[in-house]
Design a protein around this ligand. Structure first.
Ligand SMILES: Cc1cc2nc3c(=O)[nH]c(=O)nc-3n(C[C@H](O)[C@H](O)[C@H](O)COP(=O)(O)OP(=O)(O)OC[C@H]3O[C@@H](n4cnc5c(N)ncnc54)[C@H](O)[C@@H]3O)c2cc1C
Length: 307
């Protein structure tokens, strides 16, 4: 970025720009080299201007949520990383409609866990599965996050996106989600930012909802590694099987590469147990893929996104 581009970037946002900023602090893996700049976008009017500026100047950029599904390279990212701030973190509720749905609107930067707890407090059923998923609403829509046989796609009424060309709201019938992905995301413009999502939920029995949430959180505590940085499930589950089962069956629990290790507790979690680099995690990933392919003939596909 040249000086004039730096000055323009700083002038476009209300928050101070963080220059040459290490990204490991923005990922749950605690891995990632520096970005040229990290920008928190607090105000709604700032985002379209930023995206137009990046397009005009042909600058590289990325949006991240909580970085809980990301592996960022050791040499970092040669561009601007955006994070949705204040005005993208709200939650609002509508009254029940004629189909008994209650629409909940959440900003793309809102924590999914906070949204889930907010709904549980109001006795709204449908997002219990999401309590304990540590991402943002925006990142979780891109990932079609899910657990316990449920996924976000089933609860979404509409998604609002911002691109350099402006804002658009896409309704449910035009959205096509797959397993841990949004299939037709690319159709709505290059590099769209999810800024708002409307979920359609139902009034439920508050005690049953709370009980379900307690059960899910207890299961997470019992089955997931504690105390080490990680990015949740590393691989997608193959059809009718589980990546964790295959990795465990190949005897790979506890396998280490540099500071990265296949968790002893849950074989589909890679943990950063000793200052792991992205290169360590990638070596571990390749080793695991190779052994599982040899033993079971199955290609494991990463769920984690890379940049
Ligand atoms: C301990 C742990 C447990 C987990 N459990 C689960 C689970 O049960 N189920 C599950 O599905 N996942 C789980 N995950 C993975 C992760 O939390 C989810 O995938 C989550 O939805 C990612 O959200 P995020 O905001 O962190 O996205 P990020 O990791 O920041 O980004 C993911 C992708 O989305 C893009 N993105 C982020 N925000 C936006 C936006 N506003 N607009 C457009 N693109 C955007 C990024 O560029 C990137 O490509 C777990 C992770 C951890 C660490």
């Amino acid at each position: 970025m040249n000086i004039s581009q730096k000055e323009t970037l700083a002038a476009l946002v209300s928050q101070p720009v963080k220059w040459n900023c290490l990204l490991n602090q923005y990922t749950s893996f605690s891995i990632g080299g520096p970005a040229e700049a990290v920008v928190t976008v607090d105000r709604r009017e700032e985002l379209p201007c930023l995206l137009s500026f990046f397009m005009k100047e042909k600058m590289q950029w990325q949006i991240i949520g909580r970085g809980t599904n990301l592996l960022i390279k050791d040499n970092g990212f040669p561009g601007v990383v955006l994070i949705l701030g204040k005005e993208y973190r709200g939650i609002s509720h509508n009254a029940e409609d004629s189909r008994n749905n209650i629409a909940i609107k959440a900003g793309g930067g809102c924590s999914l866990g906070r949204l889930s707890l907010n709904c549980i407090d109001r006795g709204l059923a449908g997002l219990e599965f999401a309590c304990g998923i540590p991402g943002t609403v925006g990142g979780s829509v891109i990932m079609n996050a899910g657990a316990w046989g449920d996924e976000l796609a089933a609860k979404i009424g509409s998604v609002t996106l911002v691109t350099a060309a402006g804002e658009q709201t896409i309704v449910r019938k035009d959205l096509d989600f797959g397993y841990r992905c949004w299939n037709n995301y690319g159709k709505f413009g290059d590099r769209a930012v999810v800024t708002e999502v409307v979920f359609e939920l139902r009034q439920g029995d508050p005690e049953r909802i709370r009980e379900r949430c307690r059960f899910i959180q207890e299961q997470r505590r019992e089955n997931q590694p504690k105390g080490y940085a990680n990015a949740g499930s590393f691989f997608k589950n193959p059809v009718n099987d589980s990546a964790g089962r295959l990795i465990e069956a190949s005897g790979l629990k506890g396998t280490k590469m540099g500071g990265a290790m296949v968790s002893e507790k849950h074989a589909n979690f890679f943990v950063n147990y000793a200052d792991a680099t992205a290169a360590d995690v990638i070596s571990l990933m390749r080793n695991v893929q190779k052994k599982v392919k040899k033993d079971c003939g199955i290609d494991l596909e990463p769920e984690v996104h890379f940049f």
